[in-house]
Design a protein around this ligand. Structure first.
Ligand SMILES: [Ca+2]
Ligand SMILES: [Ca+2]
Ligand SMILES: [Ca+2]
Length: 253
């Protein structure tokens, strides 16, 4: 007696097992070390002394690059103290561009720095997002990966106060010359996380999940840009908001 249905079931189960194989886990990656700032941080876009004492890592995972200049170097750093977490992007850029000026618009079509924070030691289905272009136009939000029926929800009305400074070495929106690059420095107040700060407080040895992204637009018009991430996104589904692609940071003294 034949049971073809069982064979299909086994095949389906094998396929499912294959598909369910986890990607290389970010939990085994070396966490990104975030040192405590031993002096007051001036938010001015400059790499002052305190920034020399924390880990620096490049955003090596490039996507959507087409041209020779689409993979420009980005160095990333973070610090913390009792008031803020600090973020510093240092970006090489031959063609510095910006258009968006409104809050919660589309800075991600410009040269843009982005950090997504899960203030917990687990890749939860939510993150705080900060995306800023060189006009400091901020798209800030709380992202919910599964709001309802498996669909994402985006709370863009989250409009926190935080400090940001940009410095530009080159000419903005003028591609007749060759620029050198830009920096962005952020101070994100810990009070933005009131209510969940007890789960993984900002203190030595504790971890948060996070992702850092740099968007790079080099054309005067259109929305074409490449991007680089600190942690690799799934090449089959290159989307920046997937928590399983987030890595971890660790607060250290
Ligand atoms: Ca917002
Ligand atoms: Ca220029
Ligand atoms: Ca650019």
């Amino acid at each position: 007696m034949q049971h073809p249905i069982n064979v299909s079931l086994i095949s389906a189960l094998s396929l499912f097992a294959l598909l369910a194989l986890p990607c290389e886990s970010k939990e085994t990656d070396e966490p990104f070390k975030v040192s405590k700032a031993d002096t007051a941080i001036q938010i001015d876009g400059k790499l002052d002394a305190a920034w020399k004492q924390t880990e620096v890592r490049s955003l090596e995972y490039y996507r959507r690059y087409e041209k020779a200049d689409d993979r420009q170097k980005t160095k990333f750093r973070m610090l913390w103290d009792d008031e803020n977490v600090y973020v510093f992007f240092e970006c090489k850029d031959k063609y510095i561009t910006a258009r968006e000026t409104k809050r919660d618009g589309q800075p991600y079509f410009d040269d843009c720095a982005e950090i997504f924070l899960i203030p917990a030691n687990e890749q939860l289905n939510m993150h705080y997002g900060f995306e800023l272009n060189l006009y400091k136009a901020s798209n800030d939000f709380i992202f919910l990966n599964e709001f309802q029926n498996g669909e994402q929800g985006l709370i863009k009305s989250y409009n926190p106060d935080f400090d940001v400074a940009v410095s530009i070495d080159g000419t903005l929106n003028d591609n007749s010359d060759t620029d050198t690059g830009w920096t962005m420095e952020l101070a994100i107040p810990l009070k933005l996380f009131i209510g969940i700060e007890s789960f993984s407080p900002v203190a030595p040895g504790n971890r948060w999940a996070f992702q850092a992204i740099r968007q790079d637009r080099n054309d005067a018009t259109g929305n074409r840009r490449s991007w680089g991430t600190l942690f690799e996104v799934d090449p089959e589904h290159p989307r920046v908001h997937e928590p399983e692609d987030f890595g971890f940071l660790e607060f250290v003294e």
